[in-house]
Write a protein that binds this ligand. Structure first.
Ligand code: EPZ
Length: 420
């Protein structure tokens, strides 16, 4: 078990390279099950969730190797069509193997994912979508058992916009027989990254980037060399950390257009943001002004960045209201920030962060990936030392976080600890 020790008060300065997107890689990797042979994914981040997905695919017979950020996956010898609980309990995105397995092998046995710290995480839309394509779905003993000799094209409408359900159903429809129309599809960049890669593999998809996809099923797909988009959530985290410490940081290997909502809110708070086609520079000289945000589906403000915005607003003049329309209970980070001296009130689906209060270092506990990022950021602005326990949450989605922050001047160390 690791912990971070952070000494606050340092202005972050310099440049930092952003890694590939965790939530794109997790969607792209299982597409190897749709084809035969060796595929390559460039710009793959090396973090804990990718390790979990690699172990899951490895347990099915996929051969993999990661050289730097280039991941090769060989699916020539698939030996299992099952995603056991031991993998799925570590990461709900393990369910992304369901669509490809049913589409290519006609069967899948995938453990139901559990919930997580910020609420129930149902998968009903994943299952309804596959059923609409003709899969027989049975749920028993904590497992989803899906069978179908050959999926058939259909029209499926997603009741609500769901990244994961869109990933699963798109990945299945590309091999279904006939035409599929999908409406109210998620348009997060990670879904677009997947659709573009499937197109490269020989899938027939039109409407990519919009909420309506028209898919003509094909009989087979071929392996490709594809690139994972940069991680917009890691980028947003560094942008806000730079502003929070009144720093001057340039992010490289980013896609600025994926961050419009965050960039606009940063500018509204008084930061200076300069972008080129693959860099973003954030400068902040004064105390930020409080700015409200509402987390919503893309291209709205990302729910995966609302905890980090709350941390940033701790240093602001005035009070800001933070609402999350996707996960109304995703405020588990509040009590931990309060341990650092934060003044935050929570309500139904929102919290109000009152700035202008000094933050003082303390020991705090990570609870989920993005909540942990908000604790690190608060530690960077707090007086004295902050000890952050259960850093494995952070390691799920941030590659070498302490090295990247250290490279910007932060005083942050990782220590092994028996403390849990
Ligand atoms: C993805 O989760 C991301 N994870 C999450 O990031 C992110 O917070 C979320 O999308 C929203 O943007 C990955 O990409 C691996 P959803 P996902 O399906 O797909 C409801 C992180 O920190 N819903 O878009 O699980 C659901 O309860 C993680 O990197 C159903 O009702 O999210 C939620 O309210 C955390 N039925 C809403 O839809 C379903 O079948 C959106 O969830 C599926 C979802």
């Amino acid at each position: 078990m690791d912990k971070f020790l952070v000494h606050g008060g340092v202005r972050l300065q310099g440049s930092v390279a952003i890694s590939g997107a965790k939530n794109a890689s997790l969607a792209l990797m299982p597409t190897c099950l749709l084809t035969n042979g060796s595929m390559t994914l460039r710009n793959t981040p090396n973090n804990r969730d990718l390790g979990t997905m690699s172990r899951l695919l490895g347990s099915m017979g996929v051969g993999m190797s990661l050289e730097g950020d280039t991941l090769t996956l060989d699916s020539s010898n698939i030996t299992s069509h099952e995603a056991p609980y031991e993998h799925v309990k570590q990461m709900r995105a393990s369910i992304y193997v369901l669509g490809p397995l049913v589409a290519r092998y006609g069967e899948a046995r995938v453990s139901l994912p559990g919930g997580c710290n910020f609420g129930p995480r149902p998968v009903d839309l994943h299952l309804k979508g596959l059923e609409k394509l003709g899969a027989q779905i049975e749920v028993s003993g904590g497992y989803i058992i899906a069978t179908c000799p050959r999926l058939q094209g259909a029209h499926f409408h997603f009741d609500i916009s769901s990244v994961g359900a869109s990933v699963n159903v798109i990945s299945a429809a590309v091999l279904a027989k006939g035409h599929t129309t999908l409406t109210n599809v998620a348009i997060e960049p990670e879904v677009t990254n997947l659709a573009m890669m499937l197109l490269q593999m020989g899938a027939k998809i039109s409407g990519i980037g919009t909420t309506t996809l028209e898919i003509e099923g094909v009989d087979e797909l071929h392996p490709v060399v594809a690139a994972t988009i940069p991680d917009r959530i890691e980028a947003a985290t560094f942008m806000l950390a730079a502003a929070m410490t009144k720093g001057d940081v340039t992010l490289t290997n980013v896609e600025p257009e994926h961050l419009d909502a965050v960039t606009q809110k940063l500018i509204d708070s008084g930061a200076t943001v300069d972008v080129t086609d693959n860099t973003i520079r954030v400068r902040m000289d004064d105390t930020p002004e409080a700015v409200d945000i509402t987390a919503s589906i893309y291209p709205g403000f990302p729910t995966d960045t609302q905890a980090q915005w709350a941390a940033y607003m701790l240093t602001a003049n005035g009070a800001s209201r933070i609402k999350d329309t996707i996960y109304p209970t995703r405020f588990g980070y509040v009590p931990e920030l309060q341990r650092l001296g934060a003044h935050i009130e929570t309500g139904e689906g929102y919290c109000v962060v009152k700035g202008n209060h000094k933050l003082t270092g303390a020991t705090v506990m990570s609870s989920d990936l993005r909540a942990s990022a908000s604790l690190v950021m608060a530690g960077l602005a707090a007086e004295g030392q902050t000890e952050i326990l259960r850093v494995y949450h952070l390691d799920r989605g941030y590659e070498k976080l302490e090295a990247k922050l250290g490279g910007l001047g932060a005083v942050i160390e990782r220590h092994r600890t028996e403390e849990y």
